[in-house]
Design a binder for this molecule. Structure first.
Ligand SMILES: [Zn+2]
Length: 160
């Protein structure tokens, strides 16, 4: 005699919902909100997020590849590195930020940022904006306007 025993199938497990807030991190340096990267190392507070550092590396990779053949990519890369460093003061330290601000002023022929100026709280342009416009605008043009915006943000706070 058969014994037909039906076991009800349990409903499939529902994965926890991932919201945009779970997947995105805001960079404490420049304020860019970027998709979080899977990292093994804990990120120190106030340092650039791994996502922001990665985006900078990816955006400027073409300049690194071209370096050597033509002086212009090297100049654009140096300006981009100065702009990024000037927005990530906590990760870079005061000496590197000072050097970055001086490089920005020299390379854009702008007045220098006064010594002792406090780091700006908000930024008009970040690497995320540069990366977003890269398909339609030349990187050298984007980096130049980014560098000028970073300097202006620093000087605006200096002026009060
Ligand atoms: Zn950042």
């Amino acid at each position: 005699m058969g014994h037909d025993r039906r076991v009800p199938t349990p409903p499939p497990a529902v994965p926890p919902a991932r919201t945009a807030a779970d997947a995105a991190v805001q960079c404490p340096g420049c304020g860019s909100v970027l998709a979080a990267l899977e990292t093994t190392a804990p990120e120190p507070p106030a340092a650039p997020t791994a996502a922001c550092a990665r985006l900078f590396e990816e955006t400027t990779r073409g300049l690194r590849d071209e370096e050597g053949a033509d002086p212009r990519p090297a100049a654009t890369l140096a300006l981009a590195e100065a702009a990024w460093t000037a927005q990530h003061a906590a990760g870079a330290g005061p000496d590197r930020v000072r050097a970055a601000l001086d490089a920005l002023a020299t390379r854009t022929a702008s007045p220098p940022v006064p010594e002792g100026t406090a780091r700006p709280a908000v930024w008009r342009t970040t690497i995320a904006d540069v990366a977003a416009d890269l398909d339609v605008i030349d990187l050298a043009v984007l980096v130049d306007s980014w560098a000028r915006a970073v300097l202006q943000d620093w000087r605006r706070d200096a002026a009060g």
